[in-house]
Design a protein around this ligand. Structure first.
Ligand code: FES
Length: 105
C-alpha cells in the first residue's frame, strides 16, 4: 500500500510552476499544469540527467540535456533518445495541502 506524504501547499506551486521534494530514494518534482498536479522522478531515463529545469509543454516535460519528452501523466517516453518511462507518483490534494506517493515505500 502506498504511503502519501505531505509535500507542499497548493499556494507553493502556481499553475506552470514546479516544486522539488527530496525523499530518501530519490528526488521528485511536482508540476502544476492548469490546476492539475503531477509528480515524476527528477531523473531522465536516457542518461540520468535531472528533469527539474526542463521546458514544460502542456503535460509534457522536455529533458534539458538531449531533448527527450515525457508525459507527466503516465511517465511515458514520447521521443528519443529516451525509450523508458520515468517513474510517476500519485498526487492527492486535501484542502491546501498536496500529498505525494512516497518513492521510499
Ligand atoms: S539525459 Fe535526458 S535526454 Fe539525455
Amino acid at each position: 500500500m502506498s504511503k502519501f506524504v505531505r509535500a507542499a501547499k497548493v499556494s507553493d506551486i502556481p499553475p506552470g510552476e514546479r516544486h522539488w521534494v527530496d525523499f530518501e530514494e530519490e528526488t521528485v518534482v511536482i508540476f502544476n499544469v492548469d490546476g492539475q498536479f503531477y509528480c515524476i522522478a527528477d531523473v531522465c531515463t536516457h542518461d540520468g540527467g535531472p528533469l527539474e529545469d526542463g521546458r514544460l509543454i502542456g503535460c509534457t516535460i522536455e529533458c534539458p540535456r538531449h531533448g527527450a519528452h515525457f508525459d507527466l501523466r503516465t511517465g511515458a517516453a514520447l521521443s528519443f533518445p529516451a525509450v523508458t518511462p520515468v517513474p510517476v507518483y500519485q498526487v492527492k490534494v486535501d484542502g491546501e495541502d498536496i500529498y505525494v506517493e512516497s518513492p521510499d515505500e
